[in-house]
Design a protein. Structure first.
Length: 212
């Protein structure tokens, strides 16, 4: 019987990581409006979202981002859910900024028109470039592991026959969740935002032939 090809290949994993400090933050802010008709609800929600976006753009600066999704309009039920009493519209505005502006962004978002503020999610500028650099280190780590295993098995390694990137892993993101409808706008304060270090990592699966 022919010898299995698997007996001539060793498959190992390799990982490399780097701990970095996030430098950007993002918030998701939900805006809503109630009205008797669909057009009125849509129009009022759009107006509130536009006002919010103007306030946020004044805070995030030229390198920040403010964007919104579509406006959703749905019938609104009475307390017993037996009949429609109007319509409710909602949309989500997303704001990205430098980390040191995250608290000011949250403060600017707090108003009676805002139903929920969630975040911040933390991001690292140039994250994809860092991960690309880590891939080479992960492949080397896998090759080193294969060499140690081959030596223990008294075998000789040959060429790498395949390399596959594995799933991405990140460190803790941190976060804050605020229900804004009950806030007194005149008393809102800038929350203090701190970000824990984040681990960017790369992992690969490498198959290496035995040469003997």
């Amino acid at each position: 019987m022919a010898e299995s090809a698997r007996e001539h290949v060793i498959v190992v994993s390799g990982r490399a990581g780097r701990t970095v400090q996030p430098d950007r933050a993002r918030w998701a802010i939900t805006v809503g409006a109630d009205a008797q008709t669909e057009p009125e609800a849509f129009s009022e929600c759009s107006r509130r979202a536009s006002e919010l976006m103007d306030r946020l753009r004044a805070v995030v600066g030229d390198d920040g981002e403010v964007a919104t999704a579509y406006v959703r309009v749905a019938p609104r039920w009475d307390a017993d859910r037996k009949r429609y009493v109007g319509y409710e519209a909602s949309t989500t505005v997303e704001a990205r900024s430098q980390l040191d502006l995250a608290g000011k962004v949250a403060q600017a978002a707090m108003s009676d028109a805002v139903g929920r503020i969630s975040g911040p999610g933390f991001e690292v500028s140039g994250e994809e470039g860092i991960r690309d650099e880590l891939l080479a280190s992960a492949v080397k780590a896998a090759r080193d592991k294969a060499e140690r295993l081959a030596e223990a098995a008294d075998r000789q390694l040959g060429r790498v026959v395949s390399v596959r990137e594995r799933g991405i892993e990140e460190g803790p993101a941190g976060g804050l969740y605020v229900t804004a409808m009950s806030l007194d706008e005149s008393r809102t304060v800038e929350p203090e935002i701190t970000a824990a270090d984040q681990t960017i990592s790369a992992e690969v699966i490498v198959a290496v032939e035995f040469s003997d």
